[in-house]
Design a protein around this ligand. Structure first.
Ligand SMILES: C[S@@+](CC[C@H](N)C(=O)[O-])C[C@H]1O[C@@H](n2cnc3c(N)ncnc32)[C@H](O)[C@@H]1O
Ligand code: SF4
Length: 386
């Protein structure tokens, strides 16, 4: 069993080493200077392979109970799941590896996998920190594991009312799942040890004349208030990406509408409730170029993190389902075998990653590590979700 004595207890809201936890946890570049992360980042910068990635994004299933028209993963949905026996074995294999953190996510709704409770128990029992991105409809079915074993849960809500929820996150039946999702979040908030986030993806649809036909932009404040009232630790506003992962720039009046609501929500911030801007929304509000050129031909982060799905292992979530970014398959071999054979350099960011990538700053920083004077100032571990 690998040594994970440096693993942190479940992250708590409040402050970490004097800096609000959200700021530190969003500082992706700063995270590579953590005492137990730096050696791996340095090895990658020196061209070495790692015995295993430090973080795994795990899609247990491609099945989903909602049918969101704007879903970034619509191409990969409904292509099966990792079998029950295989995924429990996979959890044990990850437990034996040097992986420190697993994010349960999709392509698909992770809580719809029938073995999800067992997977959480095995990974948590091995000292691996866990995060979850969920649509929230099934939280009540796994409340003990989610409340007691997850470092964080981020629920994708994208609305502040049942009607808007049904417009952008429609259930297969007639009824909006919003009341169930909010009840579930309240329940989790009352019992959780980790952090709970309310995620709001800004979405708009236009008619043939370019007029706005549907929008959730007007519900940011209402949703933020609700997030605070039900006991969330943070509310995150994100900008929608198109199917090729490019940000879509917005009209000035729409940016103003959102910013005005965020400003009002900021007045409600305190030690237990934070407003987060995603890097994508920051890019959109600045009117940044959706094209972010890269000067490096290999992505260092693909060695530190990987994305395991029922249809293959991919270099990162942006390339989930992209045949060029596919580096292996855990359905046919163990995680360790897959990783030892994987070529994590298959993607050339100068050509394949021209959208705004959240890991660009990390890649630029890692490239500089071999030139940094030693000794490098390292910080105590504060977040394994690098
Ligand atoms: C595809 S969902 C899968 C996990 C889970 N079913 C859920 O709904 O959160 C994962 C994340 O992708 C985000 N997402 C979906 N479509 C998107 C888009 N077009 N642009 C940006 N993010 C998107 C969602 O907000 C969610 O946080
Ligand atoms: S640079 Fe490319 S391969 Fe690396 S994380 Fe970003 S999108 Fe993925």
């Amino acid at each position: 069993m690998p040594d994970r004595t440096s693993a942190q207890p479940l992250a708590q809201p409040g402050t970490t080493l004097g800096t609000p936890f959200v700021e530190r946890n969003l500082d992706l570049v700063g995270k590579i200077y953590q005492r137990s992360v730096y050696p791996a980042a340095f090895d990658v910068a020196s061209g070495k392979r790692l015995s295993s990635p430090l973080v795994v994004d795990l899609d247990p299933t491609t099945v989903c109970d909602l049918a969101c028209p704007e879903c970034i993963s619509s191409q990969v949905l409904h292509h099966g799941q990792i079998g029950q026996d295989r995924i429990v074995r996979l959890a044990h294999e990850l437990a034996e590896s040097d992986v420190r953190a697993v994010i349960l996510i999709g392509g698909g709704e992770p809580l719809l996998h029938r073995a999800i409770g067992r997977i959480i128990e095995v990974l948590h029992g091995a000292g691996i920190q866990l995060g979850l991105v969920t649509n929230g409809t099934q939280i009540h079915r796994h409340i003990d594991q989610l409340a007691g074993m997850l470092s964080w849960v981020r629920v994708s809500v994208d609305a502040g009312s049942a009607d808007t929820f049904q417009a952008f996150r429609p259930s297969r039946g007639k009824h909006s799942a919003f009341p169930q999702v909010i009840d579930n979040m309240r329940l989790l908030a009352s019992r959780k040890q980790g952090r709970l986030g309310y995620s709001f993806l800004l979405m708009q649809r236009s008619d043939e004349d370019g007029k706005t036909a549907d929008s959730n932009y007007g519900e940011v404040y209402q949703a933020g208030l609700l997030a605070r009232e039900i006991g969330c630790d943070y509310f995150e506003v994100k900008a929608m990406l198109d199917e090729d992962h490019y940000t879509v720039n917005q009209r000035a009046e729409d940016i103003e509408l959102v910013e005005e609501q965020i400003a009002r929500l900021r007045e409600l911030e305190d030690d237990s409730f934070h407003i987060l801007y995603s890097s994508n929304w920051q890019a959109v509000r600045r009117g940044s170029d959706p094209v972010q050129p890269k000067e490096y031909h290999a992505c260092a982060v693909t060695e530190l993190r990987t994305t395991v799905t029922p249809t293959g292992v991919f270099v990162c979530p942006y390339h989930r389902g992209n045949p060029k970014g596919r580096i292996g398959d855990i359905q046919r071999m163990s995680f360790a075998e897959m990783w030892s054979q994987a070529d994590t350099t298959v993607i050339d960011p100068t050509e394949d990653c021209r959208f705004v990538c959240a890991r660009h700053g990390t890649n630029q920083e890692i490239a500089l590590l071999p030139e940094r004077p030693t000794p490098v100032d390292l910080v105590e571990d504060f977040d394994p979700f690098i």
